[in-house]
Design a protein around this ligand. Sequence first.
Ligand code: ASP
Length: 421
Amino acid sequence: MPSLNQQILIAACLGLLIGWLVGAMPDEAAARTSVLYASTLVGSVFIGLLKMILVPLIFTSIAVGVANLQAHHQVHRVWVTTLVYFIGTLALAMLVALIAANLFKPGAGLSLTLFEDAMSTFEARQLTLPEFFQHFFANLFQNPFTAFANNSILSIVVFAIFLGVALVAGGARYGNILKVLQEFLELLMRIVGWIMRLAPLGILALLIRLVAEQDASLLTAVLGFIVLVFATTLFHGIVVLPGILWIVTRKSPLWFWRGSREAIITAFATSSSAATLPISMRCAEENLQVQRGVAGFVLPLGATMNMDGTALYEAAAALFVANLMGIELSFAQQMVVFFTAMVASTGAPGIPSAGMVTMVMVLQAVGLPAEAIAILLPIDRLLDTVRTAVNVEGDIVGSVVVQQLAGVPEQAEDLAEVQRA
Ligand code: ASP
């Protein structure tokens, strides 16, 4: 029997193959309808299970993680290193996108009339930069129950950080609560282990649907752009991120891939960093020796804020739309794209096509029409695969790098010390 890791890899390849075969069948073929029905069912059960565990997992892992780190006076270093890593890798991702888009000029020479219909019927939800900030900060602090009910990950993160710091500041008298939270977290991770057994089936189902439902004629019209986005995202995921990992920790890319591929393939199939989070945490802790305190802090924060693939995509897409319109963006305008795409990717939640909503902001920042989203939407499900995989890879690399740079030992430390404090 192949290991779970191998089963996931086999399922991904099979999913792509079966999806392609099903896609080639006529629309009304009974086999096609039944395979699509079954894969929709299985896929949504798998995603549903991941979402079920997500909110309690984020809350407990951050509260316990922050309490552990705080007790060992490491929380400050972990914070700073995490933020520097997030900003640094986002900037690198966008630099890759801007250089490639300037070199290859995707969209130049394509006729805009091809898309005029789609653009004229599409009404984009306007989102200006000030509105975005207002929304972002207003959502940061919420009644935790509202946040739990609405899956507002960022406000759950904020509340959990407060609780983690308070648990340590309060000292030994809250030792019991901390112990309960820690045991609860262990229980949740046990459930994640069970959900993982379903992962091969879930991934198979999601990929069959994804491939079978692609519209080939549409894809060929913007093939140059798709190839550019795939190539640059893969460059970031295969060269830049493993390069950073090697420079900081001397760990090989192969070691990383073996330890993290369950999460990366799940991200590819689900297009959601948030849904993948339970699996990312398991991979980081069990395969890459990241301490629970660090993984529980860097990964949930990364799943909502650190999106290298999304930032890269938003920068490349803005230049693509400009080329389509026959507009040459100046260096200063490209810098505006750089900064807004960074903010936009940070604010995008880790769910499918979230980047499309914040993309409007990037387009508007340089005066491009928000309706141009209509051109990008039909190909988004496809592009979201690789960009989410790289988003998740960036978070997991981050947890290993931050652990090393912040000087946190690889082994999880005993909570006894916290209680004695
Ligand atoms: N789907 C991406 C993620 O979950 C976000 C995006 O749309 O770019 O990471």
